[in-house]
Structures are given as C-alpha cells and as structure tokens.
Write a protein that binds this ligand. Structure first.
Ligand SMILES: Cc1cc2nc3c(=O)[nH]c(=O)nc-3n(C[C@H](O)[C@H](O)[C@H](O)COP(=O)(O)OP(=O)(O)OC[C@H]3O[C@@H](n4cnc5c(N)ncnc54)[C@H](O)[C@@H]3O)c2cc1C
Length: 489
C-alpha cells in the first residue's frame, strides 16, 4: 500500500502532551489511509558547540530523549535518532529520512533564535523543492511573536505593557489551553533508535539525580509546585536558601513542559484558592499564582523581543548607544568570578551553585550579573557566555535578556544609576547567611553580619579565613560605572 506518512522533527519540545507539531501531525495522518507518524531527533554537536550548550543541558536532553522514545512507542510512533554534525547538513539529512520512511509531510515546532530560524527556512525550502509539505508550528509561546504589539504596531520593549497586552489577547482568544497527547496510531514497521547515554565532548559533572529527566519529571514538579508552593510564591521567590520557586526552567528549555501547561496549572491553583474569582485569572486572585504567571510571561516577553530585535542573537546590545562602552579586559577578575573567589560571599555562593548544580536562583543571577558588569566592569557578553556554558536551563532569549537587564544595555533595563549594593542585597535576601554557608564552606563559622562582608571581622579573625579579599572597592567601582554610562548621554 502506498504510504503517506508524516515526519515529526523533535528539537526543544521533548514531550508528547501539548506538543503542537505532534498533535497536528497525528491529526492529519489520522485522516489518510496507510498513513502514520515517524519521529526524528538529530544529535547536532556542531550546533551545540556554536551555541555554548552546557554539558549538563546535553545530559538532560539525552535522558529526556530516552523517556520521549518510550512515550512515543506507547503511541506506536517510532523515534529515529540520527547525527547531524552541523546545521548546514540538516536539510539534506531530513529530506533523505523523509524519502526513506515514505513521509510526505514534515512537522516541527518553531525555534525563534536567529540561527535556528535560518536553519528551518533552509529545511522548508529543501522539502518544498522535493515536493514534500513542511509545517512549522507555533508552540514555544502562548502568543505568536508579532501578534502582541503596541498601539503603533511595534514590538513591545517594556515588560509591563507587554503583559497587559497578553492578558487582553488571552481574553480575546478564549485562553491558551494545552493540547492532549495524541491517541495511539496503528503500528508501523520502523524500529526506534536507542537514545545515546552520552556524547563525546559533553560530560556533565552534575549528578543526574539533581535534574530528573523527561516529561514525567517535569509534570510531577509542576504538580507539586502548584499544589504546595505556588500560593506563597510571591513571598518566597526571592530567598535563595529555600525552594520557593518551581525550578521548572530546565524543563521549559528542553521542552519537557510548555508555557501553556504552566499557565493552566497556575490558573487551576488560583481558582482552587478563589472559587468565586471574577475576571481574568491571569491577573486576578491570589498573589502567588498571579505573580508566577507573570514570571512565565517574562520568558514569553524575551522570546518576542528576540524575534522583534534579532540583533540580540548576534552579541549586540539591545540599546545600540551602549555599544560605545569600553568594558575592562581583566582575565584575573573574570577567573575569580567564574570560580566563586571574588571575596564577595553572595556572589561566590551563586557562582559555586552554578558550578555544582548547573542552575542558580534568579535573585542571585541578578546579583552576580550586576556585580560582573557594574562592580568588575566586565563585558556582559563574556558573562552571558559563561552562564550558557554552565546552565542546565541555558536559553538565549532569557539569558541575554537577564544579562542585558543587569548591564543596563537591554530592554526594560535597570537604569544605569540604579546599581545593586551587593552587600545590601545579601543582607536582604539571605538574612541569616544560610545560602552563603551552603556554598562557601570557608565562611561556615562566621557569625553575624560579617557573613555578608568578612571585611567586618576583627583583623585576626579575618586573616585566619581561607577566603579572598574583595577584588574591587565597591564605592569607587560604582562611581566609575555611573561615569561611563553618563558619558554616553
Ligand atoms: C543574568 C540572568 C541570566 C538568566 N539566564 C536564564 C537562562 O539562560 N534560562 C532561563 O530559563 N532563565 C534565565 N534567567 C531567568 C531566571 O533567572 C530563571 O528563569 C529562573 O531562575 C528559573 O528558576 P525557576 O524555574 O525556579 O523560576 P520560577 O520563579 O519558578 O519562574 C517560573 C518560570 O518563569 C520563567 N522566568 C522566571 N523569571 C524569569 C526571568 N527573569 N526572565 C525570563 N524568564 C523567567 C522561567 O521560565 C521559570 O522557569 C536569567 C536571569 C538572569 C538575571
């Protein structure tokens, strides 16, 4: 019997529930006789290298891929795993796979980064040329980038009005419900490939138990967060020593879960706490779920910004005028920051959390990035790259957004004259020094406020610590950064 199968290309969407491309591929195939869906994943070390993908992220991808393969097998969808040494070879590899497995359609979910978009355009062109039908689905976001615009028709560059426009759009389209997993298809005789356990060059030092893999782990985490912690989120989200946030970012990055599923769970929690809630549940009701939804929408915002202003994918400042800043080139300071040996305890704790877990609490990300750009006066691009090389949730749009916010070069940037006082931040958000003591054991026995600034210890006690002196004088560094930004005006 002639076949009319669909190929679905999985990338950063390693799940079967609420997967727009999978859902549509199955729906279309269901209407054709002799049809079926074949999954493909391409191991692409060239792309990973070019985009500084961290070994801990590759490890999460591979382990999640193994679970995806099992879930797809339950739907009788085989998952073929192939290697693509670099992005340029991908159109030919996919077209050959389509031919081999008698597929007439290709479905994939859009990735919005510039290189990825260009790669996908080449794939679409190759399929059209071969007389096959490509379908690019919008899945990573609730609202298609470009559909949320200012009154003048521009992309938003400030978060709050963007968020309000999302609420309006959500009302207008009747919400953004998550899609169900497809039903099992008739068996097809294609064998799934085993998911590799590791790839040469990407050995992770983070124990796999730290980030249980796959869609099931992501859903479990979302469920328990929505049941136990979301209501108190607003009060607990800034304290790095407690599990006050969802830690779902790695799963959003590799696509084990979606924005829509997160928002749906938050709405459910909001309605459970407020059964008589009136108005849009994204913005009314309990502060915890409402605030958490607005964090998920920050991720959405940064994706929209990346599409509207693709220069940010090319290491360029969002605010072109700030390109004129001559950041210091100081390898010694850069090395000390990377190793968590700056002499500023909260910064060192954060940098060591990054090395240990491949993840860092959001408040501390802001502190270490602000310290890097304003106190050390180092180029935000090098800090951004180091984060990408070590984060399990490394995601260009959010990472770039966070770095450029901290450097005062981005959208919605912290005004250049508002520079975090690192010690005040430490006292405010880690008041008892619990977070510092966990990651900087040299300071475990330091009592009182000196945990935030060991320079406050009496001389003898300070010299007994195996802990470095601060790299810079904070006040002078602050004045210098402000001066550099003032010169741009
Ligand atoms: C310098 C810097 C670099 C960052 N790099 C990344 C990155 O590479 N990848 C990444 O996913 N996030 C990044 N963030 C954003 C944020 O720190 C993380 O998303 C958050 O810490 C993840 O923890 P969580 O899942 O427990 O968040 P929660 O507090 O539970 O929030 C829920 C979700 O909302 C989204 N979110 C929360 N805060 C932000 C934010 N400020 N910007 C964008 N999305 C947000 C995340 O997807 C997160 O999983 C960065 C922030 C800064 C300041």
């Amino acid at each position: 019997m002639p076949q009319a199968r669909s190929l679905i290309w999985f990338r950063s969407d390693l799940r079967v529930r609420d997967n727009t491309a999978l859902f549509n591929a199955c729906r279309r195939a269901g209407g054709r006789s002799g049809a079926g869906v074949v999954g493909v994943f391409l191991i692409s070390p060239g792309e990973w290298r070019a985009h500084d993908c961290a070994p801990v992220r590759v490890d999460l991808i591979l382990r999640s891929l193994a679970e995806l393969s099992t879930s797809l097998a339950e739907l009788n969808i085989p998952l073929v795993i192939e290697s693509a040494p670099d992005a340029a070879g991908i159109p030919a590899i996919l077209a050959a796979l389509a031919k081999k497995h008698q597929c007439v359609e290709l479905h994939f979910n859009k990735e919005h980064e510039l290189n990825e978009s260009r790669r996908d355009e080449a794939v679409v062109a190759a399929f059209r040329k071969a007389g096959l039908q490509p379908f690019a689905h919008t899945d990573q976001v609730c609202f298609e980038p470009g559909t949320i615009r200012t009154g003048e028709g521009r992309f938003f560059t400030i978060y709050s009005p963007f968020k309000r426009a999302c609420f309006k759009q959500w009302d207008a389209i009747g919400g953004t419900p998550a899609l169900a997993a497809p039903s099992p298809q008739a068996e097809i005789s294609i064998t799934s490939s085993p998911a590799p356990r590791s790839i040469d060059g990407w050995k992770s030092n983070v124990p796999p138990e730290r980030w249980p893999a796959g869609e099931s782990a992501a859903l479990k985490r979302l469920k328990s967060f929505a049941r136990q912690s979301i209501i108190e989120y607003k009060d607990r989200r800034d304290i790095p020593s407690i599990d006050g946030t969802s830690q779902l970012s790695p799963y959003l990055t590799v696509g084990c879960i979606s924005h829509r599923q997160c928002i749906e769970a938050a709405i459910e929690a909001n309605l459970a706490a407020n059964p008589k809630l009136k108005g849009n549940p994204l913005e009314n009701g309990s502060a915890g779920p409402v605030h958490w939804i607005s964090e998920v929408l920050w991720r959405e915002f940064y994706i929209h910004v990346m599409v509207g202003f693709p220069r940010i994918c090319m290491h360029r400042a969002f605010q072109p005028a700030t390109e004129a800043i001559r950041w210091d080139d100081n390898p010694k300071r850069f090395e000390a920051w990377k190793a968590g040996r700056t002499g500023v305890p909260i910064v060192d704790a954060g940098m060591r959390q990054l090395l240990r877990d491949g993840w860092m609490h959001n408040r501390v990300r802001m502190i270490v990035a602000m310290y890097f750009t304003k106190d050390l006066f180092l180029d935000w691009r090098t800090g951004e790259k180091w984060f990408m090389q070590h984060l399990v949730d490394g995601f260009l749009a959010s990472n770039n957004g966070g770095w450029q916010w901290s450097a005062s070069t981005g959208t919605d940037a912290a005004p250049y004259f508002r520079i975090f006082n690192t010690y005040n931040q430490s006292e405010k958000f880690d008041p008892d020094g619990k977070y510092i003591r966990e990651f900087v054991p040299e300071l475990r026995d330091v009592q009182g406020e000196a945990i935030h600034d060991p320079g406050r210890l009496p001389g003898l006690l300070r010299t007994r610590l195996d802990y470095p002196e601060p790299l810079v004088d904070r006040v002078k560094a602050r004045d210098r950064a402000i001066e550099a930004f003032k010169r741009l005006r």
